[in-house]
Design a protein around this ligand. Sequence first.
Ligand code: SDX
Length: 426
Amino acid sequence: MSEFATLLIDGKEYKLPVIVGTEGEKAIDIRKLRQETGHITFDPGFGNTGSCQSAITFMDGEKGILRYRGIPIEQLAEKSTFVETAYLLMNGYLPDRESLTRTSVMLNDFSLLHEDMKFFYQNFPSKAHPMGILSAMVNALRSFYPELIDLDEDVNRTFLRIISKVRTMAAVAYKISRGHATVYPRPDYSYCANFLHMMFDNPVIPYRMDQELVDALNVFWILHADHEQNCSTAAVRVVGSGKVNIYAALSAGISALWGPLHGGANQAVIQMLEGMQQNNLTPAHVIEKARDKTDPFKLMGFGHRVYKTYDPRAKIMKTMCDKVLKKLQINDPLLDVAMELEEAALNDSYFQDKNLYPNVDFYSGIVLRAMGIPTKMFTVMFAIGRLPGWIAQWREDALDPNQKISRPRQVYMGETIRDYIPMDKR
Ligand code: SDX
């Protein structure tokens, strides 16, 4: 039985259809609202607005639930690999052994960059932020590789080419920023192992691969792989809705992710913790600043538009933190600072009243430090992980018969009509 919402405007009733999702979420369909009532809705930040119907990721912010194609994130983090999870997100089902092997072989085949792309890096200042480089390089891929004309062709080649090359791009950016020789991928290494190899191997000091870190990197990227209609995914969908090539849409997603309120928070958390350490700031100091309405400071790694309880990814990341540091016998003082700050914030009325909990970014930086990843590369690590999600969402949008070019309306608050004033009269 279809459901309706009734809207009463100026004494007239309007019946608006209600769409019910497979998990029982309800949405009022306002596609005909302006045409029927002359009104639009107003929802800055789109906190109450559904932009699409999607079958990729389900989140329940009140219960702290996250599932990719119906599979709980906890099971994927424990049992899957990043390549398998990427396949699940992009195709909608787990691969059989042959498909997974074929996927790994294609990722390996696509792992080199066109040698001409190396020259692009030479023209960035050495201090250029790797997110700016990555966004530019991904956009440049369109100049080297074919556009996806229709989605019936073998889209997997394009998707896997992007996922493989972006990982290589990130490692090349790091090596060149250090003035080190770039390292080519190895055919006998997995996707994650090859990233660590390309980042840290060098001709005179071979990198000793540690399976513990390879496993941690798999989990790290699984946790970041998708998150329904977050800021950067929304950017990919909005830019993609203009029917631009996928490389440009993904480049827009990378740019959106860079912001400290979004993916840039993982870098900002470490900088916040380092600042506390260097300036002998206690958790109480930082929490006081976060509570102060006149202070723009936000407690980085805390709060979330959707999660009003502990981010399920943060729980897994925190456990992984302990495990990796113990296994590698690393004593990172920032972990102690982070845990003290978390404890203080979770027991503070401001954070309790506003349902502010640690999100995925709060502990992720500690794990990345344990892997030897420099702070400036943290958001790049997030971007590599989010690629399969962005690609899956881009594809779903492109195939959605209901989708149109994204073009929100506005409520105009400016000057009403007035005449031009000649210069001698101003
Ligand atoms: C990611 O959307 C996604 O799914 C994103 C992501 C993904 O996987 O794609 O999960 C990744 O971006 C995680 C978030 C990383 N960002 C940070 O850690 C930065 C710090 N967090 C805040 O800036 C904030 O919590 C946001 C940006 C994450 C959410 O912003 P909202 O939706 O505006 O927050 P809200 O509506 O829940 O805020 C309610 C109140 C507000 O105060 P009042 O207006 O009620 O007085 O809580 C305050 C906010 O100012 N608040 C904070 C705070 N977060 C919210 N106050 C201090 N410190 C914070 N961290």
